[in-house]
Design a protein around this ligand. Structure first.
Ligand code: G6P
Length: 476
């Protein structure tokens, strides 16, 4: 079975992520393109540095060309947002990126975008899922890759220059050039490196880069820019020689940073920094969009300047939808995905890094000072995410436990509201909230808590865990 999760289809290589299933997936997309008579528009295919990603991408190309659909196969490996960009440029009927983003190295996957670089809505992906899984191996068409190359049905293109130019057109490069910013960059062995390094050189920044070679094992780490995985970057930042430490995930769409003192700054705070910079310093006007697991600090900032913060389920397609609906200036998720108005409706770590440099250049303040400014103005919020690995057989049971738990058992404070549009979210009167939801990309239950008081967070997480574990014990 092929299943679309929060960020496309992901599976363990050799288990369910096989050549047969990649071909089946591609035939499903090809069928849909043929039904809509969009064959002449072609498709764009890109891949990151994951194990055999290029081979899987070629296998996919073989299926499209056999269905009379032209393929632009990007070279070399690319960050995911670049595929969205080229899908728009080429007016292609679809864009496919072979990547499992920040998942462990044993995974690979395919992210799929529609014509116009738009994320696929759930209606579309569930219909695709249904039709893909009905395809038999003997219904899959194939044309040999080398033959397809000879007949120009597959064209290999490098679009990096255009992509960087597009990003730089949205940032004030002149300000950055004058600021002589010192950057330490960790691409986490992933595919953000070529694009961001080019932007950094164009910015005349002084750059030191670590973990830059392509490594399908990601140096033994998970290529997600979390605090625990960035210990080397953090350690080097503590030496005090750089203004900012930047980390991008495996496929270059998510970001985290380290301030000049060596403190980790997560995506929640990056979003707050950027929104605050846009409104307070640049005098921009507009709303912000976040998912329900992202900091409410954005709501406070929005309210202060007379704007609105729009809340959506987890998944960048929902952020994209919110940005279109509300004409917001910024959108993002606690997991590290950020975009701005006028840019792609896809998270982009290269752009995010560029705007952060612009912020340092324009404010002429150290990162830690801007962080401090926000805390003083809006109050500090503490945030923690705990990922709980559960046995698949208990999934339904855990779900019903969470939905039937009374919120006083979790935290003794007046409950203001609860939301069930993506997992269970309780919001209490003192500004504390807790979200419990199953990840759509990994087999974990995510427990997220944010509170104005650091002391309450651990207790809430422990309480949720204890309720789940004791009920599983009783269930036995
Ligand atoms: O919490 P999950 O369902 O695992 O999703 C975590 C993240 O996964 C992918 O990267 C999606 O593109 C993001 O939109 C999402 O925030």
């Amino acid at each position: 079975m092929i299943r679309f999760g929060t960020g496309g289809w992901r599976d363990i290589i050799g288990e369910n992520f096989t050549f047969d299933n990649v071909r089946r997936f591609s035939q499903g997309i090809a069928n849909q393109i043929c039904q809509n008579r969009k064959q002449s528009q072609g498709v764009v295919i890109g891949y990151d540095n994951r194990f055999m990603a290029e081979e899987f991408a070629k296998a996919s190309a073989e299926v499209f060309v056999a269905n009379h659909i032209r393929v632009v196969l990007l070279t070399p490996s690319v960050p995911t947002p670049l595929v969205n960009f080229v899908t728009i440029k080429e007016k292609a009927a679809a864009g496919l990126t072979f990547t499992a983003s920040h998942n462990p190295y044993i995974y690979n996957g395919i992210k799929y975008v529609r014509e116009g670089g738009l994320p696929a809505t759930e209606d579309i992906t569930s219909e695709l899922e249904r039709s893909i899984n009905m395809i038999q191996v003997n219904e899959i068409k194939r044309m040999n890759y080398n033959r397809a190359l000879e007949t120009n049905l597959v064209i290999r293109k490098n679009y990096m220059n255009d992509f960087i130019t597009f990003i730089e057109s949205q940032i004030n490069m002149e300000w950055i050039k004058k600021a002589n910013i010192r950057v330490l960059y960790d691409p986490m062995f992933g595919t953000g490196v070529n694009s961001l390094l080019t932007l950094l050189v164009d910015s005349r920044a002084t750059v030191k880069i670590i973990h830059d070679k392509a490594d399908p094992l990601f140096g033994g780490r998970v290529p997600a820019p979390t605090e625990s995985s960035l210990w080397r970057l953090t350690g080097m930042m503590k030496e005090g020689q750089y203004d900012i430490g930047i980390a991008t995930d495996g496929d270059g769409d998510r970001i985290a940073i380290i301030d000049e003192k060596g403190c980790y700054v997560d995506a929640n705070e990056i979003l707050a920094l950027l929104y605050y910079y846009f409104l307070e310093y640049k005098g921009m006007k507009g709303n912000v969009v976040r998912n329900l697991s992202t900091t409410h600090l954005l709501d406070h900032i929005a309210r202060y300047y007379g704007f609105e913060c729009i809340e959506k389920p987890v998944g960048f397609k929902h952020i994209a939808e919110g940005m279109l609906q509300s004409d917001a200036v910024l959108g993002g998720e606690s997991s590290g995905g950020i975009t701005i108005k006028g840019h792609l409706l896809e998270k982009d770590a290269i752009l995010s890094a560029g705007i952060l440099l612009e912020m340092l250049a324009y404010t002429k303040k150290p990162l830690s000072a801007i962080r401090q400014e926000i805390n003083e103005k809006f109050g500090k919020l503490y945030y923690k995410e705990h990922n709980y690995s559960y046995e698949a057989e208990y999934k339904q049971h855990i779900k019903s436990i969470i939905f039937n738990t009374s919120p006083e058992k979790i935290y003794q404070e007046k409950l203001l509201e609860y939301k069930t549009f993506d997992g269970m979210k309780w919001e209490w009167a003192d500004g504390t909230w807790c979200l419990v939801r199953f990840s759509g990309t990994e087999p974990v239950l995510r427990i997220m808590v944010e509170s104005p008081s650091d002391d309450t967070i651990e207790g809430i997480i422990q309480q949720v865990m204890q309720i789940i574990e004791s009920s599983i014990l009783h269930h036995h």
